[in-house]
Design a protein around this ligand. Structure first.
Ligand code: SAH
Ligand code: SF4
Ligand code: F3S
Length: 443
């Protein structure tokens, strides 16, 4: 028998791409491919790409250029581009980089095996449809294969796409309209993950809290889904990301106070603290409505750690708009945040507008990031002396050390010589380093 063909996947962008890469590896696994962790010996290279900012998208082309030598050495090597750049640029990718054999969008990768047949015949394959059928229902899975053990923490996509059309954002175009997966399929997938050793599930969606999947008695909210997951024995922790402020419903806020498995961490992007800019971004919330929402969430779960996303230098952002964003950050006190300089995305409404001077935007980004870092450190410092749960994900660098995530999603290093990956242990935090905490086992 010949050696199995080797597949190398490189993943860019958000957690949903991480999830999709796993699904694509499974689909190609059914086709006889096994994963390899280097492109050098691969028979198939797949880049799962991100289109959110110009830099992310351009990186794909420089990466593809680097595979030229590999393709020269091995003419049978196949190269594919998947994900949001594939969706946004389609055929253009093959024009710009002729060594690409296959382009597949985020909604059609269940068709990869058929596309690979085409590619094997020496043809180019391209599919960036938004099909009627649900890809998750049509994904080939490897029959008879032993179910692989999993990292104790797993992602599970429950909702995809976005109908919000923020003026700067490509997601509604690359991922398509908002769709929720049915409840029973999600619960089955969750049970399967738990059987394979998963103890923490992060529910994914571009607007995960807009979830409204079909379940018993009609459409279910995200909170109702969380309560159903809460009943799965062996599943210890539930998280979800990313949420939109406008979809933070009462039952979800309440669940943060009453569902013990729902972890005290919430990623709730606001983007800006200026009402003028929020309006121009088409965010349909104000700084004040966001702050009031945060207040209600903290009433339900006082120790919740809040995280956010910010864009600085959005077209027409002036000094006062930026100061409004800084004021909002000072009021909320974030435990963590992602911040970006505005990047023009072709085809989005904001692409037509006057840009902020780049040096000004860079300066604002640095100031904002310094403030977030200060808040993050202060919150970490306040964890010292507290007892938290830590789910061990891997061995640490030091002898007898395990590394895992706390309830609040802090990385924690713990001296635990008897520790195993997948253990959920009580840990007292004893120290805070810039990007992690140190703890010791309790009892
Ligand atoms: N669905 C999520 C996030 C989607 S993209 C939400 O609604 O919040 C992740 C983050 O990338 C966004 O929150 C935003 O902060 C940033 N982003 C999106 N488009 C951008 C652009 N054109 N320039 C800079 N940052 C952008
Ligand atoms: Fe993009 Fe806005 Fe949709 Fe988030 S809510 S994915 S930022 S359009
Ligand atoms: Fe990027 Fe697409 Fe995710 S643009 S952030 S990979 S939805």
């Amino acid at each position: 028998m010949s050696d199995p063909k080797k597949l190398f996947i490189r993943t860019y962008g958000c957690q949903m791409n991480v999830y999709d890469s796993e699904r694509m590896a499974e689909a190609l696994g059914a086709d006889g491919y096994v994963a390899t962790d280097t492109p050098d010996d691969a028979d198939m290279i797949l880049l799962n790409t991100c289109h959110i900012r110009e830099k992310a998208a351009e990186k794909v082309y420089s990466e593809l250029g680097r595979f030229k030598g590999l393709k020269a050495d091995n003419p049978d090597l196949k190269i594919g581009v998947a994900g949001c750049v594939a969706q946004a640029e389609g055929e253009e990718i093959m024009r710009r980089q002729p060594l690409v054999d296959l382009v597949v969008g985020p909604q059609t990768y269940h068709r990869l095996p058929q596309m690979m047949e085409q590619v094997a015949k020496g043809e180019k394959a391209l599919d960036t449809d938004f099909p009627e059928e649900d890809k998750f229902e049509h994904l080939p899975v490897r029959h008879g294969a032993k179910k692989a053990a999993r990292n104790p923490s797993a992602f599970l996509t429950v909702q995809e796409g976005c109908d919000k059309f923020c003026a700067f954002c490509v997601v509604p175009y690359t991922r398509g309209a908002e769709v929720s997966r049915p409840v029973d399929r999600i619960l089955n997938e969750a049970r399967d993950l738990v059987e394979r050793g998963v103890r923490e599930i992060t529910l994914l969606g571009q607007n995960v809290n807009a979830y409204h999947g079909a379940g018993e008695g009609g459409d279910w909210s995200l909170a109702r889904l969380i309560w159903a997951l809460d009943k799965i024995d062996g599943l210890e922790r539930i998280r979800f990301t990313t949420s939109h402020p406008n979809d933070m419903s009462d039952d979800l806020i309440e669940a943060h106070g009453t569902c013990a498995k729902l972890m005290p961490y919430l990623h709730l992007p606001v983007q800006s603290g200026s009402d003028k800019i929020l309006k121009r971004m088409n965010r349909s919330h104000t700084a004040d409505s966001y702050l009031r929402l945060i207040e209600r969430i903290r009433e339900a779960r006082p120790d919740i750690l809040l995280s956010g996303d910010f864009i600085v230098g959005f077209p027409e952002e002036d000094d006062q708009d930026f100061e409004d964003t800084m004021a909002l950050i000072r009021e909320v006190k974030y435990g963590q945040a992602y911040s970006f300089k505005y990047s023009t995305r072709p085809g989005t409404p904001a692409a037509e507008r006057a840009l902020v001077d780049d040096a000004v935007a860079t300066d604002r980004l640095h100031r904002l990031q310094a403030l977030i870092t200060e808040q993050q450190r202060a919150i970490q410092q306040r964890m010292v002396g507290k007892e938290v749960g830590v789910l061990f994900e891997k061995a640490g660098r030091l002898e007898g050390q395990m590394v895992g995530k706390s309830d609040h999603l802090h990385a924690v290093h713990v001296h635990a010589p008897d520790g195993q990956v997948g253990d959920l242990r009580r840990v007292r935090i004893v120290d805070s380093a810039p990007n992690s905490l140190a703890g010791e086992l309790v009892g």
